[in-house]
Design a protein around this ligand. Structure first.
Ligand SMILES: Nc1ncnc2c1ncn2[C@@H]1O[C@H](COP(=O)(O)OP(=O)(O)OP(=O)(O)O)[C@@H](O)[C@H]1O
Length: 279
């Protein structure tokens, strides 16, 4: 469970997030939408413990996120950020290995994990290539492989297993993960995220494409001018009236079908769907 209570974030003297409250559960893929500058990344960064609220509190698995030890937090949640620049000439293998809990060791198991993650993101055979020489979309997929390595399985036994706490979810956070991807890989990356959620993990993504959001989300949160202005299932949130008031464009120009019922992934053309995770 991930909870935010009346979270306000002030940056450079301005409130960019205003009293945001939410409760997110595992096994529910949540998508945040909203105009540029609305506060979506600020909300995500606050939820992952990267930004400290000026007031309010974020709790992750019941504990204030500020009290989590960084190493434990990294085991429980992984984040794919908008841009990832590397200053050094790392190979693809080395970048993905950064996500491994054991570090960049060269054991057979580590190599197998890295290969498996690269297969998931459709980058088989890229291990020895230099990250900086890849295209933007390829770099994005390498970073997803790194994040998947960091996260491990969707659910794990907690360290307090013997105390009866049972399984705990690992959470995947994606900030505009599809921005530089072709349509096939947009589907693939979101299929991977949704599969993680279907396996019992937590999942939250920021998306600009409302049709992708409608296809994939179990729940949509709309942020506008620093506030959560809508939160619920796709069909309840993604109405013509909301799209027009928040984005100030005609919903008919944006939505493939204004009567979303959240079941449209199945209607996707077969030629564009990907084999692999989530299929
Ligand atoms: N470090 C910062 N210092 C000052 N203001 C900031 C900082 N980071 C973001 N902001 C401002 O906070 C507001 C919200 O930014 P945020 O990145 O959360 O928006 P967003 O909804 O993710 O936008 P986009 O869709 O363009 O990525 C913007 O007006 C932005 O200029």
């Amino acid at each position: 469970m991930l909870e935010a209570d009346s979270v306000t974030v002030r940056l450079a003297g301005r409130e960019v997030l205003k009293g945001a409250s939410l409760r997110l559960s595992p096994a529910e893929f949540t998508v945040i939408i909203g105009p540029n500058g609305a506060g979506k990344t600020t909300l995500l960064r606050t939820l992952i413990g990267d930004l400290e609220p000026s007031s309010g509190e974020v709790r992750f698995h019941g504990t204030p996120i500020a009290r989590w030890d960084g190493r434990n937090l990294a085991r429980r949640r992984a984040v794919l950020s908008q841009s990832q620049h590397l200053a050094f000439p790392f190979t693809v293998h080395e970048v993905v290995a950064l996500g491994l809990r054991a570090g960049a060791n060269a054991s057979r198991a580590a190599k197998a994990t890295i290969s498996d993650m690269l297969r998931q993101v459709d980058l088989v055979g890229y291990e020895a290539r230099y990250y900086q020489r890849l295209s933007g979309g390829e770099q994005q997929r390498v970073q997803l492989a790194r994040v998947l390595c960091q996260l491990g399985p969707a659910v794990e036994w907690s360290s307090a297993e013997r105390a009866g706490e049972g399984e705990v979810a690992n959470w995947l956070f994606l900030d505009e993960p599809t921005a530089s991807l072709d349509i096939r890989h947009q589907f693939r990356i979101l299929d991977i995220a949704r599969e993680h959620v279907r396996a019992g993990g937590g999942g939250l993504a920021i998306l600009h494409d409302l049709n992708l959001a409608a296809d994939y989300a179990d729940r949509i949160i709309v942020v506008a001018e620093g506030r959560i202005v809508a939160d619920g299932p796709v069909s309840a949130v993604l109405t013509d009236a909301l799209v027009e008031s928040v984005f100030q464009v005609s919903a008919r120009r944006v939505l493939r079908d204004p009567r979303w019922e959240g079941k449209h992934a199945a209607a996707r053309p077969a030629s564009l769907s990907c084999a692999g995770a989530g299929q």
